[in-house]
Design a protein around this ligand. Structure first.
Ligand SMILES: C[S@@+](CC[C@H](N)C(=O)[O-])C[C@H]1O[C@@H](n2cnc3c(N)ncnc32)[C@H](O)[C@@H]1O
Length: 300
C-alpha cells in the first residue's frame, strides 16, 4: 500500500526533472545554429566573442542620443513584425529543399562546408543570416527609410526579402556571383510577391563600381559576402564618396578572420567615419557630420 502511494511522487519528480532539462535545452537551443556551431569549432572566434560579451554594453551604457535611439528602439526591438512570418515560412521550406545546385564561389568560402555542389537545404542552413540577425537588418532598413538599398550577397534571397519588405518604396539592388543560387533567389522573391528588387549576377568587384556610379547617393549598403580584408576595404572605399549623413553601411562577419578584424579596425579609424556600432556578428557604420566620433560595442 505504502509503496504504491510513492509511485505518483516518483513520477512527479521524474516529470519535474524532465521539464527542467527540456527548459535548459530549449534555452540553449540557439547553440545549435550554424553561427554558434562556428564559434565552438573556431577557438579564436570563440575567444573574440567572449571578449565582446565582457566588454560590450547594453542601451544603459550609451549616452549619444543618436546611438541610444538606434540601440533602444531598433536593435533591441524584438517584437515580431508581420513581414517576418512569410519570409521565415520560406526559410523553413528551403531548409528541407533537397535540390542540388552547382556553386560558383567567388568569396572567401565558408567555415562550415566548401563543396562545389550543394543542396539548397545545406546553403539555407549554413549561408543565410539567422532570423534574429536578418530581422535586425530589416528593422535597420525600416528605421533608415532609404530610397535605395545595395546588398552584396543575395544567396537564396532571404535578407533581400527582409530588406525589400522593410522599404517597399526603395529600389533594392542585390548582387550575387553564383548564377544557380541567384536563379533560386529570383524565384523566391517572386513567390513572396516582392517587386522592388533588381538582382544582378556577377562578381561584386566588377558589378559594384557601376552600381555606385549610377546612383546619386547611397542610402543603405549591406555587405554580406567575400569576407576578405582587401575586398571589404575596397567595397567601403568605393561606396564612401556617395554616403550622406543619413546613410548606413553594414558589414557582416567583422570577426570572421584576422583579415576581417583588421578591415573593421581600418574602417572604424577612417576620418570620415563618425559612429560605428559593433554588434559582433555585424558592424554598423555612419558618416554623420557634426557627430562626435565614437565607436560603440553593443551586446546583441
Ligand atoms: C553569406 S551569403 C549571403 C547570405 C544572404 N545575404 C542571406 O543571409 O540571406 C554570401 C553570398 O555572397 C556571394 N559572393 C561571395 N563573394 C562574392 C563575389 N566576390 N561576387 C559575387 N558574389 C559573391 C556568395 O555566392 C554567397 O551566395
Amino acid at each position: 500500500m505504502e509503496a504504491r502511494s510513492e509511485i505518483p511522487d516518483v513520477y512527479r519528480y521524474i516529470k519535474a526533472v524532465y521539464s527542467h532539462i527540456s527548459l535548459l535545452v530549449s534555452r540553449f537551443s540557439f547553440l545549435a545554429s550554424p553561427h554558434y556551431l562556428c564559434l565552438m569549432i573556431n577557438l579564436r572566434l570563440a575567444a573574440d566573442y567572449l571578449k565582446h560579451r565582457l566588454t560590450s554594453k547594453t542601451r544603459h551604457g550609451v549616452h549619444s542620443p543618436f546611438a541610444y535611439h538606434l540601440v533602444d528602439k531598433v536593435i533591441y526591438d524584438f517584437h515580431a513584425k508581420p513581414d517576418y512570418f512569410t519570409i521565415e515560412e520560406l526559410r523553413t521550406e528551403l531548409l528541407t529543399d533537397a535540390r542540388t545546385i552547382n556553386i560558383t564561389d567567388l568569396g572567401a568560402g565558408s567555415h562550415v562546408n566548401n563543396n562545389k555542389q550543394k543542396q539548397v537545404r545545406t546553403l539555407a542552413k549554413n549561408a543565410l543570416k539567422p532570423a534574429r540577425l536578418a530581422q535586425l537588418i530589416h528593422r535597420l532598413a525600416v528605421n533608415a527609410n532609404p530610397g535605395n538599398i545595395i546588398e552584396l550577397g543575395t544567396c537564396l534571397g532571404i535578407t533581400t526579402a527582409y530588406l525589400a519588405t522593410a522599404a517597399p518604396d526603395a529600389q533594392v539592388i542585390s548582387i550575387e556571383g553564383c548564377p544557380e543560387t541567384a536563379a533560386i533567389a529570383e524565384d523566391n522573391l517572386s513567390r513572396l510577391g516582392i517587386k522592388n528588387t533588381g538582382l544582378l549576377v556577377g562578381n561584386f568587384d566588377q558589378v559594384l563600381p557601376g552600381v555606385v556610379e549610377m546612383l546619386p547617393k547611397l542610402d543603405f549598403v549591406f555587405i554580406d559576402g567575400n569576407h576578405r580584408k582587401q575586398a571589404t576595404l575596397d567595397y567601403f572605399h568605393w561606396c564612401l564618396p556617395k554616403l550622406s549623413d543619413n546613410s548606413i553601411m553594414i558589414f557582416d562577419d567583422i570577426y570572421w578572420s584576422r583579415g576581417m578584424k583588421e578591415a573593421w579596425e581600418e574602417i572604424k579609424a577612417h576620418p570620415e567615419v563618425t559612429v560605428t556600432i559593433d554588434l559582433f556578428w555585424i558592424g554598423l557604420v555612419f558618416v554623420r557630420k557634426g557627430q562626435a566620433k565614437e565607436d560603440f560595442r553593443i551586446k546583441f
